[in-house]
Design a protein around this ligand. Structure first.
Ligand SMILES: Nc1ncnc2c1ncn2[C@@H]1O[C@H](COP(=O)(O)OP(=O)(O)OP(=O)(O)O)[C@@H](O)[C@H]1O
Ligand SMILES: O=P(O)(O)OC[C@@]1(O)O[C@H](CO)[C@@H](O)[C@@H]1O
Length: 303
């Protein structure tokens, strides 16, 4: 079974304006409220791909109830810890470009934190846990370490999609997958990255530090998969970009769901790329039909 963990879910409030004017009243051309948070996005795509999964994390207040209702309406199994404060609302402002304003997240107490850790004690060696997104400040910077300790104790595998120190600290524990985008990879090592050779060089450093698979996503330029055996490149299909929110999460869902089913990293890269692009070409996360229709356009080649 695949479990996703979203420590800091959100309602993504997508607001479109024709021409953004600062210090003035702007009227929305269109708006949309979606359940968000990286692990939740992974769960939604897994479920569309027919991969059984359970969404774990913290939800609170009226915003939390909205998220749970949408997930249930999509037949996603949820097992969240309830918190007192409202789950955050993240603003995704489309004004020609895309500007994001993400909230800090609710207060989470020791009791609630402990309740989530306890859920992980039911894991088995068959399970994969996808840890995705930011950690609310009230949980403290090392909360992922606490979860990883239990995952390891139970013999389960994990994927981690976060940035900075939280990601670096997770590497020695051997994540099945990490997926920095090209900017995050450069930031992680405090370097400028110029071209594919550099991307592969720093991708290999993540392998040396313990990751089993390193997926470097490059938005419209596709993705590189760096493994011990080989490096592969996947191109992106053609289409009109409507929204990049959740493209990376969709890629992780496509990759992990397919790897769990087939144990074939090339097929996983192909489905991951098609899923990421299908979301980039949709208003909300991609529907299954769109992912399937793009698959034949994705070619995976050794580098
Ligand atoms: N402009 C685009 N055209 C086609 N495919 C895209 C585009 N942007 C993203 N994708 C697809 O989604 C995948 C992940 O995108 P990206 O590299 O932007 O990840 P990310 O930065 O983690 O995304 P997010 O915006 O969700 O944080 C890409 O590898 C690609 O398959
Ligand atoms: O603040 P975080 O946890 O880093 O990112 C949260 C977020 O921006 O990521 C998702 C897209 O990847 C959105 O659904 C959500 O709003």
């Amino acid at each position: 079974m695949i479990y996703t963990v979203t420590l800091n879910p959100s309602i993504d409030y997508i607001v479109e304006v024709e021409d953004l004017k600062l210090d003035a009243l702007n009227r929305m051309k269109r708006d949309l409220k979606l359940p968000g948070g990286k692990g939740i996005n992974v769960s939604r795509i897994l479920s569309r791909l027919g991969v059984e999964n359970t969404a774990w994390g913290f939800l609170g207040g009226f915003t939390g109830r909205f998220i749970e209702d949408v997930l249930k309406s999509e037949s996603i199994v949820t097992d969240f810890v309830n918190v007192q404060d409202d789950t955050r609302i993240n603003i995704k402002l489309k004004h020609g470009g895309e500007t994001e304003i993400n909230g800090q997240g609710p207060q989470i107490g020791d009791k609630e934190a402990h309740a989530l850790v306890e859920k992980l004690r039911a894991l088995t060696e068959e399970d994969i846990v996808v840890l995705s997104g930011s950690v609310p400040p009230s949980l403290g910077g090392s909360f992922y370490d606490r979860l990883i300790a239990v995952i390891k104790e139970r013999g389960a595998k994990f994927v981690i999609d976060t940035t900075g120190d939280a990601l670096l600290q997770a590497l020695p524990h051997g994540p099945l997958l990490v997926k920095p985008n090209h900017h995050e990879l450069a930031e992680l090592f405090g370097v400028e990255i110029e071209g594919q050779e550099d991307l592969i060089k720093y991708g290999r450093k993540l392998l040396e530090k313990g990751a089993k698979n390193v997926l470097i996503s490059m938005a419209g330029d596709g993705a590189l998969l760096v493994t011990e055996e080989q490096v592969y490149h996947a191109n992106v299909p053609k289409g009109e970009v409507r929204n990049s929110v959740g493209a990376g999460d969709s890629m992780i869902a496509g990759f992990v769901g397919t790897l769990a089913k087939t144990n074939n990293p090339l097929e996983a890269l192909r489905t991951g790329t098609a899923s990421g692009s299908a979301t980039a070409f949709s208003d909300d996360l991609a529907e299954r039909a769109k992912i399937d229709s793009l698959l034949s356009q994705v070619q995976v080649n050794p580098v």
